[in-house]
Design a binder for this molecule. Structure first.
Ligand SMILES: [Zn+2]
Ligand SMILES: [Zn+2]
Ligand SMILES: [Zn+2]
Length: 137
């Protein structure tokens, strides 16, 4: 099973309360979270700067990745840590119109696109909006 401790250890990061709590939040919620979501759900246990730094450390170490949705706030989602294999961030993200949550659809990779001459790809994002499986009754 994936635990916050294991994730930190596998990335050789020091274990701190803030790091553990933030990973725990991502594991429990299973959706993309913004800085403000974390601040709220951790109930002001850590200050803004600490959360901000922790998120940056996680980004640098590829524990989380940025998720672009149409909410305007930068959101982050936990990378796949089920195994040690290389994982890709080039998967579809799905934003639900009803609950407003954005989820990683890791199993759906992005289509190949051919750019015009002179253009070079750095990053690609694909957001699908609609109704998620939890809201779909
Ligand atoms: Zn990653
Ligand atoms: Zn939903
Ligand atoms: Zn994702």
């Amino acid at each position: 099973m994936v635990t916050p401790n294991k994730i930190l250890k596998s990335h050789k990061l020091r274990i701190t309360d803030c790091r553990l709590d933030i990973i725990q939040e991502f594991l429990e919620k299973q959706v993309a979270l913004a800085h403000s979501d974390l601040e709220d759900s951790l109930d002001k246990k850590f200050d803004r700067v600490t959360i901000y730094r922790t998120l940056n450390t996680f980004l640098e170490n590829d524990i989380i990745h940025k998720v672009l949705d149409d909410s305007g706030a930068t959101k982050y989602a936990l990378c796949s840590h089920e195994d040690d294999h290389d994982h890709s961030h080039e998967h579809v993200h799905f934003k639900c119109d009803i609950c407003g949550e954005t989820t990683c659809l890791e199993s759906i990779s992005l289509p190949q696109i051919k750019l015009p001459k002179g253009f070079e790809k750095r990053e690609m994002n694909l957001l699908v909006t609609g109704i998620c499986d939890k809201c779909h009754q």
